[in-house]
Design a protein around this ligand. Structure first.
Ligand code: TRP
Length: 388
């Protein structure tokens, strides 16, 4: 091991050196995802989980209980979100939203999507609320273009929806003490603004159905609403927020929200680091041209042998191959199985794998861009209006 290797650090505010997801799952106390649980999801919904998502979902909390609710036809909803900190999202942002959209279409359930404009204002030194407001508009379009159902999807910003959320936020704030927040998020007392201390209640609130009691979920019986089970698909770095939720759920007379954790989309430079806007070469932006995408994938880290002759002889490792990992997200199971087998036995070269991945990714990104370009104000309004 070389001395330069950075230590694994995963918090909602910083992710570095992610090289051992199993350790992360154990450290966080999450339950590893098993294929049996995903098979059960498929059986219950009649929808196959695409291979990319199977590899992408690493662990969960109470996902089995959530599936019990599905089996018993009890009401449920999904909750996810995004911190608006860049105008254009990249593939690493797209995949979690597409995963959530897949869950919505398989389960046919409401989705609430929180845009934490407040979080980015509080945590980022140099961002103004006006600037964040501009990013919010662009991000909402990106999210809608993932194919969510307008009749069952509510996208909101925290500054916009606070009037509705505040009663729930207050209930949460009353139950969580300072020590718990300092410990869970690793904050120190000095240099931590009260905004940072208070924010977790904002991200926690939508995990409780009562937050939407006068908007999404219409029932005169609050106890009925409190029984609606929440599932949160999120990247594993967001888990601390939902640990806080689960701690206080019973005192709020709700079920503990279930969580399903995903890995980070690998950087083009290798499967050990995540795709990040701060390294444009590691990253496929949703506005990149087909030519740019091809060029980036061609340079991506390969799991094959350096010399073609060696590759033909010894084959490569698809699990280390970034092009192959992209393929698993954007292509069907048969294509992936075939690519994986022929890469392993050397009949498919590194270049062929890259070109197959580039075809698939450019097709998907073009589809996404067309959908986004076709969005009207009327459509955006359908997703964002406050359903009173
Ligand atoms: N804090 C998240 C981010 O910075 C955004 C977010 C809010 C979120 N609520 C969520 C993510 C629920 C997943 C699930 O990206």
């Amino acid at each position: 091991m070389n001395g330069l290797k950075s230590e694994m650090n995963v918090t909602p505010f910083e992710v570095t050196g992610v090289d051992d997801y199993n350790k992360l799952v154990t450290d966080f106390g999450c339950t590893p995802m098993t294929s049996a649980v995903l098979d059960r999801f498929e059986k219950l919904t009649g929808h196959n989980v695409p291979l990319g998502y199977r590899n992408f979902v690493i662990s969960h909390r109470d996902f089995d209980k959530f599936l019990d609710s599905i089996e018993n036809h009890e009401p449920v909803y999904l909750y996810t979100g995004r911190g608006p900190s860049s105008d254009r999202m990249h593939l690493g942002h797209l995949v979690p939203f597409r995963f959530c959209q897949f869950l919505q279409s398989a389960l046919s359930v409401p989705v609430v999507i929180q845009l934490t404009d407040d979080e980015k204002f509080i945590f980022k030194e140099d961002l103004t609320l006006d600037r964040i407001g501009e990013m919010v508009i662009e991000n909402i379009k990106d999210i809608i273009a993932c194919g969510f159902d307008p009749t069952m999807t509510f996208i909101f910003t925290n500054t916009g929806f606070i009037g509705n959320m505040y009663p729930m936020v207050l209930k949460i704030e009353k139950l969580v003490n300072l020590r718990q927040i300092l410990n869970t998020f690793g904050f120190s007392v000095d240099g931590t603004s009260i905004g940072k201390i208070a924010f977790p209640a904002m991200q926690a609130a939508p995990a409780f159905a009562e937050t939407f009691a006068t908007t999404l979920f219409k029932s005169s019986n609050i106890n009925e609403i409190r029984k609606i089970r929440c599932l949160i698909p999120c990247a594993i770095d967001q888990d601390p927020y939902f640990r806080v939720c689960r701690d206080i759920a019973s005192r709020l007379k709700h079920h503990k929200p279930a969580v399903i954790h995903t890995k980070f989309l690998p950087s083009l430079e290798g499967t050990q680091t995540k795709m990040s806007s701060s390294k444009p070469e590691s990253c496929i932006f949703l506005g990149d041209s087909n030519k740019q995408i091809r060029k980036k994938i061609n340079k991506a880290f390969s799991g094959g042998q350096e010399l073609l002759d060696d590759h033909r002889k010894y084959g490569g490792d698809p699990n280390k191959d970034v092009a192959y990992s992209l393929l698993t997200f954007f292509s069907d199971t048969n294509t992936c199985a075939h690519a994986s087998a022929s890469f392993k036995n050397g009949t498919m070269s590194c270049g062929e794998m890259k070109s197959l991945a580039a075809d698939t990714v450019t097709r998907s990104v073009s589809e996404f861009c067309n959908q986004r370009a076709a969005l009207t104000d009327r459509t955006i309004e359908r997703f964002t209006h406050n359903r009173k």
